[in-house]
Design a protein around this ligand. Structure first.
Ligand SMILES: [Fe+2]
Ligand SMILES: [Fe+2]
Length: 263
């Protein structure tokens, strides 16, 4: 099978890229299943029902969230009711789904969302549990349900934490991909015995911005340390960052990972 994984979709520019290119990618690359991080879909912060539905209607099978899950109170009902919208499974102070299992072409596919502990703000123990322990629990649960493929979105800042997680799980999962930094890394590889890995898929959002934020506001925040200055998502035209993971349907292992970008 071929899986498309799209990195943090940021604001209208990011969603426009999905409108303009997703069906073309699916057709030309013969994609079977699509996962996207949507934590910045609504104006750069969080997700609302409108953008969530838009992304699902465009063909995305599972949307994952991240640390931006707190921005929109109205999203909490979505987290509780929409099984294909995932919040990190090791978040402890909000209810929602941390794993989704779907069937496609006779294969059972699990998607798991997790958040890292390093560089995500202080006092992480107040709102999250250990992602490694939670990952192991969910992988065991997925295997007990005879899942064929397991994809993990590890929404995290620290490279060592992400690389450690894939090595911790490598015998049992199909793909561990990083999100959150909004900057794509070029370290994609197949780790033995057949796990696709990339430290960060990167952002699908406005070009000439600071991770999606208007550049002048970002600079001002660093210059003046006015970190509370109002966030404004850039409206510049977008680029798309994604990976394509190919699996061997006999062994259920990942055999190829390719970065797929549109500028
Ligand atoms: Fe993000
Ligand atoms: Fe994030």
């Amino acid at each position: 099978m071929k899986f498309l994984v799209i990195g943090d979709i940021v604001g209208r520019s990011g969603i426009n890229m999905i409108h303009n290119y997703l069906s073309k990618i699916v057709e030309s690359e013969k994609i079977d299943f699509i996962i996207a991080n949507g934590e910045n879909a609504t104006a750069g912060r969080g997700i609302k029902e409108k953008e969530m539905k838009e992304l699902f209607n465009l063909g995305i099978n599972v949307i994952t969230m991240g640390n931006h899950l707190y921005y929109r109170k109205e999203a909490r009902v979505l987290y509780e009711t929409v099984e294909r919208l995932l919040i990190p499974a090791n978040i402890t102070n909000i209810d929602g789904h941390g794993m989704n299992i779907q069937e496609k072409d006779g294969k059972k596919i699990a998607v798991i969302s997790l958040i890292g502990e390093f560089g995500m703000g202080n006092n992480t123990e107040d709102y999250m549990s250990n992602p490694f322990i939670k990952a192991k629990e969910l992988v065991q649960e997925a295997k007990s349900k005879n899942v064929d493929y397991i994809f993990i979105d590890f929404h995290a800042e620290a490279t060592a934490e992400k690389i450690s997680l894939v090595n911790y799980l490598k015998n049992d999962v199909t793909c561990v991909f990083g999100t959150h930094t909004h900057v794509q890394t070029s370290d994609e590889e197949i780790i033995e015995p057949g796990v696709a890995y990339i430290t960060d898929v990167g952002m699908t959002g406005p070009r000439n911005s600071v991770l999606g934020l208007k550049t002048e506001i970002a600079i001002d925040r660093f210059l003046t340390k006015q970190r509370n200055r109002v966030y404004e998502c850039s409206n510049n035209p977008g680029f798309l960052r994604s990976i394509i993971v190919e699996t061997d349907d006999k062994t259920n292992r990942a055999i190829k990972i390719t970065r797929y970008n549109i500028d």
